[in-house]
Ligand binder design. Structure first.
Ligand code: GTP
Ligand code: MG
Length: 196
């Protein structure tokens, strides 16, 4: 997809605050610090559009970005960051769960996993939630620039094992640093957003 415009639209605290103009939408989900906001910036080729941080817990609302005045990209808050107060974790959890299971215009969720770490129970929960809600999902293993070839193979095998994926299920290796995986990911997103 050629990007003619990419701008921040709004932050939503819950499902009812989300835009209502029924544009096809792609959301980015996963643990805190996995690289969701960075990946969104890499896709749209605008540094700093979505706010990123070395410290987990940076994105705390559902952040909507207009792409080409036709689509929304949605940067979601991450899960699994213990230092965030439990009450806050619960409200985000509820908002994100409601969004993922009930958002009618959601065409694709990009589920990010940090290739350096084993998937957690919360990663499994997200996968199950998306499956139950029948939301098309693509799994992306982030930060592969930090791994050697053998470590990367081991990481992909670990993800496959832990999440009990079929042998032919796609896990797309990705790096915002080297832009590895950018082309294939764009093709999947474009297909999901443009298919009738
Ligand atoms: P929350 O908003 O807290 O849920 O985190 P997030 O998933 O949005 O992560 P964010 O994009 O803020 O990135 C977290 C850290 O990982 C930042 O320091 C990024 O620079 C770094 N990072 C993201 N992607 C990559 C990558 O592909 N390679 C490397 N080496 N670092 C990355
Ligand atoms: Mg973020």
């Amino acid at each position: 997809m050629k990007i003619s415009s990419a701008t921040f639209v709004k932050s939503a605290l819950e499902l009812k605050d989300c835009p209502r103009d029924r544009r096809p939408e792609c959301a980015f989900a996963g643990r805190s610090n996995v690289g969701k906001s960075t990946l969104l910036n890499t896709l749209l080729n605008v540094r700093g559009l979505a706010k990123t941080s070395k410290t987990p817990g940076k994105t705390q609302t559902l952040n909507f970005f207009d792409v080409n005045r036709r689509y929304y990209f949605v940067d979601l808050p991450g899960y699994g960051y213990a230092k965030v107060p439990l009450s806050l974790q619960q409200t985000w959890g509820e908002a994100v769960t409601a969004y993922l299971s009930q958002r009618e215009t959601l065409r694709l969720v990009v589920h990010l996993l940090d290739s350096r770490h084993a998937p957690t129970g919360q990663d499994e929960d997200l996968l199950n939630l998306l499956e139950e809600a029948r939301v098309p999902t693509v799994l992306v293993a982030t930060k592969v620039d930090k791994l050697s070839k053998s470590e990367r193979d081991a990481s992909l095998a670990r993800i496959r094992g832990k999440l009990e994926l079929d042998d032919d299920a796609l896990i797309l290796p990705f790096s915002s640093l080297t832009k590895e995986g950018l082309g294939p990911l764009w093709r999947i997103i474009t297909e999901s957003l443009t298919v009738k």
